[in-house]
Design a binder for this molecule. Structure first.
Ligand code: KQY
Length: 349
């Protein structure tokens, strides 16, 4: 599995519309998705998958350089239900089709059914004409980050959660990740971002920015529940080496100030499923780590927060050959994820 900063042939996204995830019938979310797709399309081709009933609207809202295709879906988290693309020793691209259970299946009940999302990885591979592997592992793309040199980062809280693979041991899970992503060493962090509904995806907490170098979401506020999580991750990252035997250089990126779902935002959601509600006052799992690396561009979330500018500055320093583009991303955050979660890179052959 190449690192995200390696050359892409394009980026995949899924249009948002479901009214129990996206407030006001999905309209504010759709505008944010247009901004993300437009920003990425400056750097690489973007394909937007859309349900049939939203095709014309999406086509009209998106700029012409974004390819819009009909791709039935249940929600819009391309990182998680989409194919993880890998490249073999001959440079051929293949898809990995993980089992998708909507972040915890019937136990979590985030939404039901998720059968259309479960077919997205297969369809992407078919559309691109690449062979694909079907793993037995319940996994989401947001739960893994690689350095392209044999190291994979993940979290125990998600990957070992009984709502994903209750019948697989830690070793069996590691073997699946190693075999399908070409990994020699897995670095297990304990927990993700506080109140992250994915059970703590790595892509909101920590990522590689180049081999041997990671960025970690951070807070200086010892009274914030995120403090202990980030501090534990920092200590662990300081104590390990990667697949090439390197110690890691760690860059802390201060999280935005705590954000909460407002009454107006909560009231804009349809209640379809009372087993999983997004109530007023709920803390949102905001993090600047949830950015996308395009060919020559970094597309990062902004929250109208005092920490926006410092985070952007740090990413500009970490990626001196990329143009950093900030997108106001609260609407995406309200759906439970951010820019990395709604995008999926396809590496170039
Ligand atoms: O963290 C991600 N990769 C996705 C977040 C999905 C949230 C589902 N509501």
């Amino acid at each position: 599995m190449p690192a995200e900063w390696e050359k892409h042939s394009g980026c995949w996204m899924l249009w948002c519309q479901r009214s129990d995830t996206w407030r006001n019938g999905g309209k504010p979310g759709q505008r944010a998705f247009v901004e993300v797709a437009t920003a990425i399309s400056q750097f690489e081709p973007v394909t937007m998958g859309v349900n049939a009933d939203q095709y014309e609207n999406a086509r009209a809202m998106l700029p012409s350089q974004v390819r819009v295709i009909e791709l039935s879906n249940d929600d819009s988290w391309m990182r998680d239900c989409g194919a993880t693309f890998v490249v073999n020793d001959n440079g051929a691209v293949r898809g990995v089709d993980w089992v998708f259970n909507a972040w915890g299946g019937l136990e979590k009940m985030m939404y039901f059914p998720w059968d259309k999302d479960a077919l997205i990885a297969t369809k992407m591979s078919e559309i691109e004409g690449v062979d694909y592997y079907r793993s037995i592992l319940v996994n989401e793309g947001g739960s893994i980050h690689t350095d392209g040199q044999g190291t994979l980062l993940t979290t125990e809280s998600c990957q070992l959660n009984p709502n994903r693979n209750p019948k697989l041991s830690r070793t069996e899970i590691e073997t699946q990740l190693q075999d399908y992503c070409g990994i020699e060493k897995i670095i297990w962090l304990e927990q993700g971002v506080f109140e992250d509904e994915t059970d703590g995806h790595i892509d909101n907490l920590c990522c590689f920015v180049r081999p041997g170098v990671v960025a970690l979401t951070w807070t200086d506020d010892k009274n914030d529940p995120q403090y202990e999580r980030s501090a534990a991750a920092y200590d662990l990252l300081m104590s390990v080496t990667d697949a090439q035997g390197r110690s890691l250089e760690i860059h802390k990126i201060h999280q935005p100030n705590p954000m909460y779902m407002t009454q107006e935002e909560a009231h804009g959601l349809d209640v379809v499923n009372t087993a999983f509600l997004r109530p007023e006052g709920e803390r949102l799992a905001g993090s600047y780590i949830n950015f996308y690396i395009a060919n020559g561009g970094i597309i990062m979330p902004q929250f109208d927060d005092e920490y926006d500018a410092p985070a952007m500055q740090t990413l500009a320093e970490l990626f001196p050959n990329h143009k950093v583009v900030g997108i106001t991303a609260r609407e995406i955050l309200l759906g439970g994820g951010n820019i990395h979660c709604i995008t999926q890179q396809q590496p170039a052959p």
